[in-house]
Ligand binder design. Structure first.
Ligand code: ZN
Length: 55
């Protein structure tokens, strides 16, 4: 079983981003894959909305 890129990539100065990444890793570690996929949506949405990152 493998996680879809469950790797925290903190943005310096952004605690929200780090918190979301940690939540995603924690969810993966307990097998909560609906939460993982939720975070996979929330993380890029945060980057777009808060940082203007198009990735
Ligand atoms: Zn942020």
């Amino acid at each position: 079983m493998s996680l879809p890129s469950a790797r925290p990539e903190p943005v310096p100065g952004c605690r929200d981003r780090l918190g979301l990444a940690v939540q995603r890793v924690n969810a993966g570690s307990v097998g909560d894959y609906s939460k993982v996929s939720d975070m996979n949506v929330t993380l890029p949405a945060h980057l777009r909305d808060a940082h203007g990152d198009e990735q």
